[in-house]
Ligand binder design. Structure first.
Ligand code: KG4
Ligand code: ZN
Length: 352
């Protein structure tokens, strides 16, 4: 039996097919990065319009790549929040329509649960309890995962998400959009110790904070006389390379410091690093080192499963589909959707 996953919470239209053991048969992502680049960020109306055009072909491609027709599909998992409401509604309405027409069960998945579940896509035997660091453009948090479907937040950012901080600093320096991968690449050529970024103090709170680093980057740029590039392809000066290297170093240090603290208090058996920022080379290296140091099992999904995709959404929803859940009558898109506590208990209940 095969299952279909659909994700459209932000600016990527995604569909995937998994089998009943959770093995990925296909995963298709239609990226809108080019459409939003001129604006330096995601424009919700453009995103929703593109999802509308892309959703049919993306689902068809996922089925074709899996060598399957709709007849082979036994159920659908779709992202129901959090995200841009116009974007979410496109994927959700498509999934509900398909479920209704084909008489298939459908379940809604929290996007963050999807990012966490990506850790088990290629490492299905990763032990529990695990600690999952989810770092993306919209979210930065640490989750304690006691079992599939059981999530407790151990720390979250009290201001910007890490990816958002990367993107804003890149924009300030005139670098291309999205800025995270560009800073990551340029940072390899700079000296991270050439500019000092102090450590953040969060008064004993179990929280990340990144907005101070953003301000510090601006202050350092002014002090060093670094002007934004006139064009993203212009060659950067060595001061700019040093500045982005130091900024990347500071953000990664903050992520690793909180993760180390959470390992002390939560005593997990495994560590997961997920979300778009998990593509960052320094972060991957430092988290790998931390897991080695603590003797923890580690899963860092390949970049195609770290960034938004539908395979992770279906991986998260699959246990409920296999359990016979069907949320066709109640499923709705929600822009703000917490994960953990009573919410996940409610959602894991059977709806049939
Ligand atoms: O998970 P994702 O694809 O979308 C959501 O935000 O849900 O994450 C995108 C974020 C962007 O902020 C992007 O700049 C950042 O991930 N990113 C990176 C890298 N690759 C992507 N940040 C730092 N280093 C990277 N290599
Ligand atoms: Zn995401």
């Amino acid at each position: 039996m095969l299952f279909l996953g659909i994700e459209s919470s932000c600016d990527d239209t995604c569909a995937a097919v998994l089998d009943d053991r959770g093995v990925v048969r296909s995963s298709v992502v239609s990226s809108q990065v080019r459409l939003h680049a001129p604006y330096g960020g995601v424009v919700p109306e453009i995103a929703a319009r593109h999802h509308l055009e892309a959703i049919g072909p993306v689902v068809a491609q996922a089925l074709a790549d899996a060598g399957a027709g709709l007849d082979a599909i036994g159920g659908i998992a779709v992202t129901r929040g959090p995200g841009l409401i116009g974007s979410l509604l496109v994927g959700l309405s498509y999934a509900r329509g398909l479920a209704l027409r084909r008489g298939l069960p459908v379940v809604g998945v929290n996007h963050l649960e999807g990012h966490i579940a990506s850790g088990w896509l290629e490492c299905p035997a990763l032990p529990y309890p695990a600690l999952a660091l989810v770092v993306s453009g919209g979210h930065t948090a640490l989750w304690r995962v006691a079992a599939p479907g059981s999530y407790v937040e151990a720390a979250r950012t009290r201001d910007d998400a890490a990816g958002e901080a990367f993107d804003k600093v890149a924009k300030m320096l005139g670098l291309a959009y999205p800025g995270g991968p560009v800073i990551d690449r340029l940072a390899e050529r700079g000296n991270p110790l050439a500019v000092a970024f102090g450590e953040v103090r969060t008064k004993g709170e179990a929280a990340f904070s990144f907005s101070g680093y953003k301000t510090a980057a601006r202050v350092h740029a002014e002090r060093l006389g670094i002007r934004p590039l006139d064009h993203p392809d212009d060659p950067p000066c060595s001061d700019l390379l040093d500045l982005v290297a130091a900024f990347r170093y500071a953000v990664v240090r903050e992520l690793v410091r909180r993760t180390r603290q959470a390992i002390e208090s939560e005593r997990p058996r495994a560590l997961v690093l997920a979300g778009g920022v998990a593509a960052n080379r320094l972060l991957r290296a430092e988290i790998t080192r931390l897991a080695d140091e603590r003797g923890l099992a580690l899963s860092i999904p390949p970049p195609r499963y770290c960034a938004d995709n539908a395979a992770m959404i279906l991986k998260a929803g699959l246990p409920r589909l296999l359990d016979g859940a069907d949320e066709l009558e109640t499923l709705d898109a929600t822009a703000y959707l917490p994960l953990g506590g009573p919410e996940s208990a409610h959602r894991s209940r059977r709806h049939r």
